[in-house]
Design a protein around this ligand. Structure first.
Ligand SMILES: NC(=O)c1ccc[n+]([C@@H]2O[C@H](COP(=O)([O-])OP(=O)(O)OC[C@H]3O[C@@H](n4cnc5c(N)ncnc54)[C@H](OP(=O)(O)O)[C@@H]3O)[C@@H](O)[C@H]2O)c1
Length: 311
């Protein structure tokens, strides 16, 4: 591969998966305080297609055309800008680069600590595909856990438990010692059990089904999909300050945002993965040329775990 050229997913108009194209673009160069990463894998999240759906949403994220696509990445540092400490060419890394990660090369701030511009060392024992799934979903699950603070005395209801954030939230809550009941469709039941959650179907009658599973009560809840789990948790007597949302706003219920995850959350998640205590199911991986298929699958909202692009 030429180091001055980069394959990159680009959009010349906003819209659905059909606007995604692979183009050859000039490779970005690391400036002062920055590192350039030769990307080997990029993980997809709902935010990738949500923020590129239309111009108004894109503008809220600071995106303009032509835009890139994808935020989570993993790879190897290949350039280090002036003044950078802590990273050297050849280091395995992962992180987030807002809407530009599905590309051969990305440039990020070496000291960046926001959910959209950050880079961390990939520990031994964490492969690149897995590392490429950690930043957004791992941060968000950690932020949700920090709000609800589950422990061994808790039974936690997690809505949308089989998705990208859910796979982290379920396992982190189990590691914290809680009993976890996770919502999913019937086809997700086995997957949720393997993660350590007791499955329950979402939809009408959720509170009754949860009550039957946990007659002793539910003490905390995280709604990772919308508001139905919030409603059920309230019906089951969970106080608002032990409920959180990540995908909708509900008056009185705290929202959790990946950008506000406790410091060190990603390093801790990577450490748990390396130790074999947390795993990230990869639902599917695609070569960059199949970005449209990958985005279609991800935006269908029934993925179990994460979708990854190989570069
Ligand atoms: N606030 C933040 O910082 C932040 C960060 C990341 C994500 N988010 C938002 O959080 C949400 C979850 O993200 P994600 O990455 O986990 O998404 P995702 O991977 O697309 O979630 C897919 C999961 O949603 C489940 N699902 C589909 N319909 C459902 C329903 N009606 N009720 C409950 N679950 C349902 C599916 O389960 P089945 O297959 O069993 O149907 C599937 O496992 C998204 O809306 C995303 O935009 C917010």
């Amino acid at each position: 591969m030429q180091e001055d050229k980069s394959r990159a997913v680009r959009l010349d108009s906003f819209g659905g998966p059909e606007v995604l194209d692979v183009q050859e673009v000039p490779a970005p160069q690391a400036g002062p305080g920055q590192v350039r990463v030769r990307v080997t894998a990029a993980g997809l999240n709902p935010m990738d297609w949500i923020m590129t759906t239309d111009a108004d949403t894109a503008a809220r994220f600071g995106l303009s055309l032509p835009a890139g696509f994808g935020t989570d990445f993993a790879g190897v540092v290949d350039q280090v800008g002036a003044g950078v400490t802590g990273f050297a060419p050849g280091d395995r890394v992962f992180g987030a680069a807002l809407s530009r990660a599905v590309a051969d090369f990305v440039v990020v701030d070496a000291s960046g600590e926001t959910a959209a511009n950050e880079v961390h060392h990939t520990p031994d024992g964490v492969d690149d595909r897995t590392a490429a799934t950690l930043a957004i979903a791992g941060r968000t699950a950690s932020a949700a856990l920090a709000v609800v603070a589950p422990g061994p005395d808790d039974t936690v209801l997690i809505g949308g438990a089989a998705g990208g954030v859910g796979v982290f939230a379920v396992q982190l809550a189990r590691i914290a010692g809680a009993r976890v009941i996770g919502t999913g469709s019937a086809s997700s039941a086995g997957f949720l059990r393997d993660l350590g959650a007791e499955p329950v179907g979402y939809g009408d009658g959720l509170a009754e089904r949860v009550r039957a599973l946990a007659p002793g009560g539910v003490t905390a809840a995280m709604d990772l999909f919308g508001t139905q789990t919030v409603d059920a948790a309230r019906e089951l007597g969970v106080p608002d300050d032990r409920i959180c949302t990540i995908a909708a706003q509900v008056d009185g219920v705290p929202g959790a945002n990946g950008a506000n995850a406790p410091s060190g959350s990603l390093a801790e998640i990577a450490r748990l993965v390396a130790a074999g205590r947390l795993r990230v199911p990869i639902a599917a991986s695609f070569p960059i040329e199949q970005i449209r298929r990958a985005a279609e699958l991800q935006s269908g909202r029934h993925v179990h775990g994460k979708v990854v692009i190989d570069l």
